[in-house]
Design a protein around this ligand. Structure first.
Ligand code: RIB
Ligand code: CA
Length: 312
């Protein structure tokens, strides 16, 4: 039986690759996608998500969610974020339509009706997930695991310390991090060690499927933007953050994790939105998060090629 998953996305080019991986992996059953304010305004994230599914010919229900963080105004957008994603993905306008139900209501209804077998995969700000937990805490016992792209220990991307998804809505992230359910966190520490290169993109183009070609186009744009604004560990390559979270469900060996305590700073003038990671052994608070400190780049890129080479 394929593993059921729900992706909560702020689509975005790396969310787009994550969505294609989840939709095209025979080992996964993508039950639905929920959208949230983040990389761009939520209605653009919704349109982008629909565009991705249309482009690869799959029908997955898309539910639009929160337009603002839980208790803050919308954060200003960085120029680098615009260069990496833009508002709308360079794919044909969507012909399929979003579902009428709000994402938070759908998450609650779906989890309450489930057999407790749907892994939740948030790869944007955690606003929808926190809102659902706050509104209906009884869903928690039906969520077997939450696999999150977010956070950083070594170095941030939105501030010196904070990663974008957590920084956008730290109050929401704090609720989720402390929810008591099993959490795997795929932070920048791991995604920055699993880069996709221009040579990899050339290989994806040669594979020739709609998903592989779309990925090549989007990742090449990411690489140009990273080289110009936000250099990765080497030039001519960039992280595709959200895709690594989906790959970690398919093959946990693609990341290396430590079981540690993680909380979220919600007010420091220099540290707002930082994931505070306690790596002390046997001291401090009990571990709550499997925190990825490393990733296997070769395995990740091979997984991308194998899955994106599939058609619906
Ligand atoms: O920091 C990387 C994360 O921020 C990714 O999820 C990307 O899509 C953006 O949301
Ligand atoms: Ca994202």
């Amino acid at each position: 039986m394929p593993q059921k998953v729900i992706l909560d996305v702020d689509t975005g080019s790396d969310d787009a690759v994550a969505l294609m991986l989840a939709a095209l992996s025979p080992e996964l059953d993508l039950v639905g996608a929920t959208t949230v304010n983040g990389n761009t305004l939520v209605h653009f994230c919704t349109e982008n998500t629909l565009r991705v599914f249309d482009a690869i010919g799959v029908q997955v229900p898309v539910y639009e969610g929160m337009a603002l963080p839980l208790s803050r105004p919308n954060p200003p957008r960085a120029a680098s974020s615009h260069a990496i994603h833009g508002d709308l993905l360079d794919l044909p306008p969507a012909t399929s339509r979003k579902q009428p139900q709000h994402a938070v209501d759908w998450l609650i209804e779906t989890y309450l009706a489930s057999a407790g077998d749907i892994i939740l995969v948030p790869v944007g700000p955690l606003t929808n997930v926190a809102a659902a937990i706050r509104q209906a805490p009884q869903i928690l016992e039906k969520i077997p695991e939450i696999v999150i792209m977010g956070g950083a220990h070594e170095v941030g991307n939105r501030t010196a310390l904070a990663e974008f998804n957590i920084w956008c809505d730290p109050e929401a992230a704090r609720i989720v991090m402390n929810c008591g359910r099993p959490i795997r966190l795929v932070p920048l520490d791991a995604t920055s060690r699993a880069l996709v290169s221009l040579e990899d993109c050339a290989r994806f183009r040669r594979i020739g499927t709609p998903a592989a070609i779309a990925t090549a186009v989007m990742v090449e744009q990411r690489i140009r933007a990273y080289d110009a604004h936000q250099p990765a560990r080497r030039t001519g390559a960039a992280p595709v953050h959200d895709a690594l979270a989906v790959c970690a469900i398919l093959d946990p060996g693609v990341i290396t994790t430590h079981f540690i305590h993680v909380d979220v700073e919600v007010q420091g003038p220099l540290t707002d939105g930082t994931t505070v990671c306690d790596f002390r052994r046997g001291r401090g608070r009990a571990p709550n998060v499997h925190f990825a400190v490393d990733a296997d780049e070769a395995k990740f890129v091979a997984m991308l090629g194998a899955i994106l080479g599939r058609t619906a």
